[in-house]
Design a protein around this ligand. Structure first.
Ligand code: PMV
Length: 343
């Protein structure tokens, strides 16, 4: 099925690399309305619509070079990664989708992320999006971003949203082949909007999001209401973005995240990504909201938190969370001087 979809998308496009090497960057993205649960595992088709904000210059840089060899060579953050690892296997499986010629090309992949990997900051999203963009350049395809979004999705679900900067929405779609399940840019900006990355543990998470999703669909009593809830949240968040309404955006994104984790907590056995430090930080943020500060959080499948606020609340955020990494997604440069986490 996967191969057929790739075949259809690449009809009329180059099947052999046109260039020797190509490079691309894709930003990480944080879902304000989360994708949680697949209607098709292999095609990574989501149960619900989702909506994200991209993290500007934080993401993945990937170079792909054709090599005269019978296997791929993979480097991550300058370190060679063995073929037996889950990381390499996933990447090679993805590359295999595009090796259709008899004389299959093999590649040197050099990929580097400037965010903690597998800690709930969507590094696989930027990784597969950057690789897809690099493949487009290497083969000289002329595919639309929507088509590339479908291809990137085959590597990692949320990669479908990492091909653009700014706000992006991913349509869950209805078709079995997923040709209507792609992301698109929401052409709105919000200069005052800030995203704060609060690293609680920069370690690899214990349970992958794919595993946790599959488990909660089967084992959570609360899953049945999730797709409809998320659908509503997406609509409200889009309205909040249009109105630049921080309270509406923050409250809805935060509720969406709380609901997603509640679905996981209600599964048997429960899945809980929170550490005591996560809970303490959540407690502190809720306390700031009680004092009428429009500072909110969202949390992916990991123990870290992402703060949502506008520039006027930056001094408060920095006072309570001096270690936070602040990103201004629409300012073209971040506020990295406030902390040195990823420098
Ligand atoms: O694309 P995956 O398999 O890494 O799953 C992403 C899941 C969440 O980050 C929790 C939500 C989302 O929409 O990004």
């Amino acid at each position: 099925m996967k191969q057929n979809i790739v075949h259809n998308i690449l009809l009329g496009q180059q099947h052999v690399p046109k260039h020797h090497t190509a490079h691309a960057f894709a930003p990480s993205n944080i879902a304000l309305c989360k994708y949680w649960g697949k209607r098709n595992e292999s095609l990574r088709l989501p149960m619900n619509n989702s909506l994200s904000i991209s993290l500007g210059e934080y993401g993945t840089h990937t170079s792909i070079t054709v090599i005269d060899d019978k296997r791929d060579k993979i480097f991550f953050n300058r370190k060679e990664i063995g073929h037996h690892t889950a990381f390499s296997k996933r990447l090679i499986n993805f590359l295999d989708l595009f090796r259709v010629e008899k004389n299959k090309p093999y590649f040197l992949i050099e990929t580097a992320a400037n965010l903690p990997v597998c800690a709930g900051f969507a590094s696989s999203a930027s990784g597969f999006a950057a690789l897809t963009l690099a493949l487009q350049k290497l083969f000289d395809w002329h595919l639309t971003k929507e088509k590339l979004s479908i291809l990137a999705r085959l590597g990692s679900g949320s990669a479908a949203r990492s091909l653009w900067h700014g706000f992006v929405k991913w349509h869950a779609g209805h078709l079995n082949n997923g040709m209507d399940s792609y992301a698109e840019k929401i052409p709105l900006t919000w200069n005052q909007l800030c995203i704060g990355l609060l690293v609680i543990a920069a370690k690899k998470k214990k349970i992958s999001s794919s595993h946790a999703m599959a488990h909660t669909i089967l084992q959570s009593k609360r899953y049945t209401t999730w797709p409809q809830t998320a659908h509503q949240h997406c609509l409200v968040i889009e309205k909040a973005i249009k109105e630049k309404n921080m309270i509406l955006l923050g409250q809805t994104a935060q509720q969406n995240s709380i609901d997603m984790h509640a679905v996981m907590h209600a599964s048997d056995p429960p899945i809980n990504y929170n550490t005591p430090q996560t809970n303490a930080a959540i407690h502190q943020i809720l306390g700031l909201q009680k004092k009428k500060h429009a500072i909110y959080f969202t949390q992916d499948a990991g123990s870290n938190l992402i703060l949502l606020f506008t520039q006027q609340d930056m001094p408060i955020v920095l006072h309570y969370f001096p270690q936070v990494k602040v990103i201004l997604p629409f300012a073209n440069k971040d506020a990295s001087h406030v902390s040195g986490y990823f420098s």
